[in-house]
Design a protein around this ligand. Sequence first.
Ligand code: BEZ
Length: 212
Amino acid sequence: MSIRLGDIAPDFEQDSSEGRIRFHEWLGDSWGVLFSHPADFTPVCTTELGFTAKLKDEFAKRNVKAIALSVDPVDSHIKWIDDINETQNTRVNFPILADADRKVSELYDLIHPNANDTLTVRSLFVIDPNKKVRLTITYPASTGRNFHEILRVIDSLQLTDNHKVATPANWQDGDDVVIVPSIKDEEELKQRFPKGYRAVKPYLRLTPQPNR
Ligand code: BEZ
């Protein structure tokens, strides 16, 4: 069964490169990024996991824990981590789930048989501290993901959870944002957006990012 936005991320217990993980307990009060990759010792995956390791401080700033997954066993992950550290000039600082029995892959629908009937696709889930799924993406095996985009979406989610705004196309942290159309009352607009706003159309109102 596929996972949809707003669903509670399925809980599981599985082995990983950092020992046994009970997923919800491991997440605690953090946000989570759970991402699958096709296989250990493959070039694109090596760059993806190395880059994720380099984003450690960016994830920490946002209270996010990362966790990877493939259907390879723990001993393979451990050997591959040495290669990632060496070739990507980093240290893998997050667990890689060893889903050899495909328990998590089945729960999260990570094997797409018409793409490949044994390996996991490049799926990624952003999970909030209430364990709700807030972003799902799936990329083909041949295309490495853009992890700056994942951080950008997390910034947007964390902003829009706390302010009555949404973020426009290609928004980056610090850019103007749009006021949600449901706010129409002038007093409320003044109170929520003291820096003012610009109405391009009645439904398209831009305001400086409120948490800046
Ligand atoms: C890779 O990570 O390089 C890769 C994995 C599976 C198929 C194609 C590329």
